[in-house]
Design a protein around this ligand. Structure first.
Ligand SMILES: *Cc1c(COP(=O)(O)O)cnc(C)c1O
Length: 403
């Protein structure tokens, strides 16, 4: 048996050929593959616009910049997420306000968000970063109602949930990242995620103004759109005006402080190729989840959400399959000794030394902290074979039988 990780990319010959073709083309970066990938991705999640960027963290940073997060502003997020969901607020000098999770969904508890907002004076918070943790979609319709009532924006961190969806109160399916409720959504193409480009990320939105801001911020705050130019045409032409009102071909303006957060064309080509298999991968993840559900249904030592066995209206995308396990550390070590490399998602972000330094303490988020004592992410990726999954389940059962 080969070592089994918790997550793993799947690169096919078609993927490799797509990268080679792009390497042989005229563009390694800023070429046509990026727009192609953006259009295909927007189509996949059902958003109007998509902006491909260097990674998921850059995507979050650009979102915070586009929404004008500033020092003194407070932004709400969950402690059970990758640190970047919170850090993007800090990059802009804002303050992170963690809100505890719902112990049943492991997602930010919308009731607690409501209570927090009600407790503080109006205008205390600027926005909410909601995370579709493990691939389970946040009920954004309810969150949006709350956000609208209090003038807050929403960023959906959908890194775990490409292809996930929930059903709104009109019975319509709302795909993660479709921009119907969140102002902006972000995705990552790190190898453990559904779609791999090495490093890479995507922002999706239905808001044209935000889209245009993101495009500018992605490339140094530079615009080449004549309609937006600030400096006068005489300056731009160097005094040598050839045609009245016409800016020279070379002219561009850096209007705001932006970054180089671009993705390359060969990464975009890989992303496009991977995206063409996204549904296949998602189906396999659901299949594996159902098998895990069956294995842990009624298990005396392991609790799982059993999403496929007891479905609610949402469609889980299964970036992760999380169990709550008794004697979790011993189980983790036992599985490692059998070459099964599980992971923990996540160590609560508010208890990272950096956030403790900002005043957060144990006991602040009791549900998240309790969750952390038992959570374990089992192997979950499309190329995990039935045989490998059975091996994982058998080893878990063996652990509890003999210890
Ligand atoms: C992976 C991930 C990110 C960051 O993405 P990178 O591409 O690694 O920068 C942000 N949020 C969540 C929830 C993630 O899983």
């Amino acid at each position: 048996m080969q070592p089994i990780a918790y997550g793993k990319q799947h690169i096919t010959d078609q993927d490799i050929q797509a990268v080679i073709d792009t390497l042989k083309s005229d563009f390694l970066t800023q070429g046509p593959k990026i727009k192609e990938f953006e259009d295909a991705f927007a189509n996949y999640v059902g958003s109007k616009y998509a902006v491909a960027v260097a990674n998921g963290t850059a995507a979050l940073h650009l979102c915070a910049l586009a929404l004008d997060v500033k020092p003194g502003q407070k932004v709400i997020t969950t402690p059970i997420t990758f640190a970047a969901s919170a850090n993007c607020v800090r990059y802009c000098g804002g303050t992170v306000e963690f809100v505890d999770i719902d112990p049943h969904t492991f997602l930010i508890d919308i009731e607690k968000v409501k209570a927090l907002i009600a407790r503080e004076p109006a205008g205390t918070f600027s926005g909410i970063i909601a995370v579709d943790f493990a691939g389970k979609p946040v009920q954004l319709e309810a969150l949006k109602e709350l956000a609208t009532n209090h003038g807050l924006w929403i960023i959906e961190d959908a890194c775990h949930a490409p292809g996930g969806s929930f059903v709104d109160r009109h019975g319509a399916t709302q795909k993660c990242g479709n921009g119907a409720f969140a102002d902006l959504a972000i995705f990552s193409f790190h190898p453990v995620k559904h779609i791999a480009t090495g490093e890479g990320g995507m922002i999706t939105t239905n808001d044209q103004a935000l889209f245009e801001k993101l495009i500018e911020l992605r490339t140094h705050g530079i615009t080449r759109n004549q309609q937006q130019f600030v400096n006068d045409v005489n300056f731009a032409c160097g005094g040598e005006v050839i045609e009245p009102g016409k800016y020279p071909g070379w002219y561009m303006e850096m209007q705001t402080l932006g970054y180089n957060y671009r993705i390359t064309d060969f990464q975009a080509a890989l992303g496009l190729s991977q995206l063409s298999r996204a549904n296949e991968g998602l189906m396999r993840r659901k299949y594996l989840a159902k098998k895990y559900d069956e294995a842990f249904n009624g298990h005396p030592f392991v609790k799982s959400q059993l999403n496929e066995l007891t479905p609610d209206s949402s469609s889980h995308a299964y970036h992760l399959y999380v169990i709550l396990a008794q004697r979790r550390h011993a189980l983790y070590s036992f599985l490692r000794s059998h070459q099964i490399f599980c992971q923990i998602h996540y160590i609560p972000v508010h208890l990272m030394p950096y956030y403790r330094g900002l005043g957060w303490r144990p006991g602040d988020m009791p549900q998240a902290e309790r969750y952390y004592t038992e959570c374990l992410s089992l192997p979950m990726y499309p190329t995990l074979t039935d045989e490998e999954q059975k091996f994982v389940i058998n080893k878990i059962n063996e652990f509890y039988l003999h210890s």
